[in-house]
Design a protein around this ligand. Structure first.
Ligand code: UT7
Length: 328
């Protein structure tokens, strides 16, 4: 099997910053509660008319520039998102047109919520390894501000908007790049984190919109416990599968939902927190964008060196979870 390697990374966060104090002016909450329960200090919110596809294009352009490639080089484009511009067509088609990716490219969306980037990376690496594609763009992007119930303090303080992208290609060098993944799903718990209305089973009505049932609903405590279990299992399984000890991981890039979840996983893996990249304080939970945004910041800030082994680990609605090992 040829190696699949990450050739470039890029990310984008909208300009507007929404602080905890800003939120405390509209719902009954406080900076202190949000910081101590989640680690979040602020999040970014897309500007008027700024769509998911626009943020995806910004991150993709930066990843392509980092890889020294152009949109013309791409023959596979996967957008991981739960907030596409439209229910149909796929956000990837809009991104293709805005970016100028050739017509011969396969472009599609993938919905695995906050685990979406890890699922998409795994999918793309398998497709590249088949030899039928040469260069891929994997984008994780969300405009969660569009599906947040801004009156629900139990969710509105948690999420934010943003995008991250990677360019993936094939390399003859062995032992580098994408080493493997472990993906999993707990569909029986799907109702713990969902958008209850607006799909084909329950189209939106005037009443459901008034009740804001087209927005994210979450049973936070239950999801918290399963998130720790799912991410710990995903991390442990992949390390065992590839005979890697936790202390051989130079940096873990975890899904950024809650600092307490990251701390719990660090404790289970018996790794110090400085082996974990954390930016949840500045962006909140950006779902599918969270890992690629963190990965790009980690790389650009010099936290990942050639030869380093990194572990990506995610958990999200579905419920889905997944991990991936990448050697740089
Ligand atoms: O990305 C997908 C995965 N998502 C996650 O992993 C999120 C997982 N869940 C969590 O991160 C946490 O469960 C939350 C941050 C959502 C909540 O933290 P918690 O420590 O589990 O708090 P809680 O839900 O048990 O709420 C404790 C109290 C409640 O009041 P009572 O019932 O004790 O009187 C809540 O009503 O805090 C109250 N509360 C708030 N208070 C101030 C809930 N939200 C807020 C708020 N500000 N924003």
């Amino acid at each position: 099997m040829p190696s699949t390697v990450i050739l470039g990374t890029g990310s984008y966060a909208p300009e507007r910053v929404l602080t905890n104090d800003d939120l405390a002016r509209t719902v009954e909450t406080s900076d202190e509660w949000i910081r101590t329960r989640t680690g979040i200090r602020e999040r970014r919110i897309a500007g008027p008319g700024e769509n998911t596809s626009d943020m995806a294009v910004q991150a993709a352009q930066r990843a392509l520039a980092d890889a020294g490639l152009t949109p013309a080089d791409i023959d596979l484009l996967v957008v991981a998102t739960i907030t596409p511009d439209l229910p149909m067509p796929a956000c990837a088609c809009l991104v293709q047109a805005k970016l100028g990716v050739p017509t011969a490219a396969a472009c599609f969306d993938l919905n695995a919520a906050c685990s979406g980037f890890v699922f998409a990376l795994d999918t793309v690496c398998a497709m590249l390894a088949s030899g039928r594609y040469k260069k891929a763009l994997v984008i994780g992007v969300e405009k969660l501000s569009a599906v947040i119930d801004w009156q629900d303090r139990t969710t509105c303080v948690l999420f934010g908007d943003g995008a991250g992208a990677v360019v993936v290609g094939v390399s003859p060098e062995e032992g580098r790049g994408f080493i493997g993944s472990r993906l999993g799903t707990m569909g029986e718990s799907a109702d713990l984190l969902c958008i209850p209305r607006g799909g084909s089973a329950a189209p939106s009505t005037a009443e459901s919109i008034a009740a804001r049932d087209h927005c994210i609903r979450m049973k936070g405590k239950e999801v918290f416990k399963l998130a720790v279990r799912g991410m710990d299992d995903a991390a442990r399984d992949i390390l065992e599968q590839h005979r890697v000890r936790p202390d051989q991981i130079a940096l873990v890039i975890p899904h950024q939902a809650n600092l307490r979840i990251i701390e719990a996983i660090a404790a289970y893996l018996e790794l110090p927190m400085d082996r974990f990249f954390v930016n949840v304080d500045r962006y909140g939970n950006t779902s599918a964008a969270s890992i690629p945004l963190a990965l790009d910041e980690a790389r650009k800030s010099g936290r990942i060196k050639p030869g380093d082994l990194t572990l990506l680990v995610a958990f999200g609605a579905g419920l889905t979870y997944g991990s991936a090992l990448v050697r740089w």
